[in-house]
Design a protein around this ligand. Structure first.
Ligand code: AMP
Ligand code: ZN
Length: 139
């Protein structure tokens, strides 16, 4: 299923050209237009899901399997020293394209922009941590 006016539907279907590094029936993997690092790529399912809440478990599993394969391949070819896999959901979390995608970000020693993905830390009291734990606990 495609969504009208969705840029990643158009890219994943091939309607809009992209720097594709992998394609199969379910996914297209492209180079990010504004890379955080050399080789920064995006795994895009061909079916339209807005985010992690909409995507099926099956497609999410396939996306993660592909991320594993791509990370190994990209690390070998690029010679990067590390790797981030990132996936944003909703504007408040940094999502700007509302078609599910996973970022594959190679990391290099001595990179100019080492502060990609660095966040400050919040503090919660032990009581608050227990409350949060109890609220979130699943059987
Ligand atoms: P997010 O902020 O997680 O929604 O990520 C969206 C990503 O898509 C950003 O890193 C953009 O640079 C990238 N992006 C947006 N439009 C294009 C495009 N036409 N081709 C390749 N990457 C794109
Ligand atoms: Zn879409």
């Amino acid at each position: 299923m495609r969504e009208k006016d969705c840029i990643f539907c158009k890219i994943s279907s091939g309607e809009i050209p992209s720097n594709t590094i992998y394609e199969d029936e379910e996914f297209r993997v492209i180079l990010d237009l504004a890379p955080a690092a050399k080789g920064h790529a995006l795994i895009i399912p061909k079916e339209h899901f807005a985010d992690i809440y909409e995507i099926t478990e099956e497609v999410a599993c396939s996306a993660m399997k592909l991320a594993k394969r791509m990370a190994v391949h990209m690390t070998e070819v690029l010679g990067c020293e590390g790797f981030n896999i990132l996936q944003n959901n909703h504007e408040v979390a940094g999502q700007t394209v509302f078609h599910f995608h996973m970022h594959l970000i190679p990391r290099y020693q001595n990179a100019k922009n080492e502060d990609i993905l660095v966040w400050s830390h919040e503090t919660f009291s032990p009581e608050e941590m227990e409350q949060i734990r109890d609220m979130l606990k699943q059987e």
